[in-house]
Write a new protein. Sequence first.
Length: 181
Amino acid sequence: MAQNATIYKVELSVSDMDRHYYETHKLTIAKHPSETDERLMLRLAAFALNAHEHLEMTKGLSTDDEPDIWQKSLSGELDVWITLGLPSEKVLRQSCNKAAKVVVYPYGGRTAEVWWDKIKNSTTRFDNLEVVNLPEADTKALADLANRAMKLQVMIQDGEVTVNLEEALVTLTLDRWKSAA
């Protein structure tokens, strides 16, 4: 028998001083049975890093043709396509053809580094692709914060990201492997 998704209620307060974006988002997130706490929390961090009034979580793991997070224009075009993990070159190519900007957040430590070494030369033609790695220690610390009801505060200043949940504080180090043109 198939397991059901676990529902998480999140109040995500974003203070992004680099982009002058200050907003609180109330999110209801379905955590797929095969999704780890690490991936769930990375989805929230990616949402905060790209926060916008039109940014939305998608069905994620349950669909192959959608990113984890996207932002659509008022006329329905894909402005931003955000995916987590280690997508293939084919998936990157398709994503870059569908959206104005594509952001990939690989994770998994050494596994992510091997993936990037293998794929980076084939990504040079994608001017709209950005690849931002988070160290494994940071994503593991984020995973420890996972809770079914969270009030997260994310502060972004001078490229530094701080995630705060009650008394717990996690600092994320963003390693930009590729920047969009």
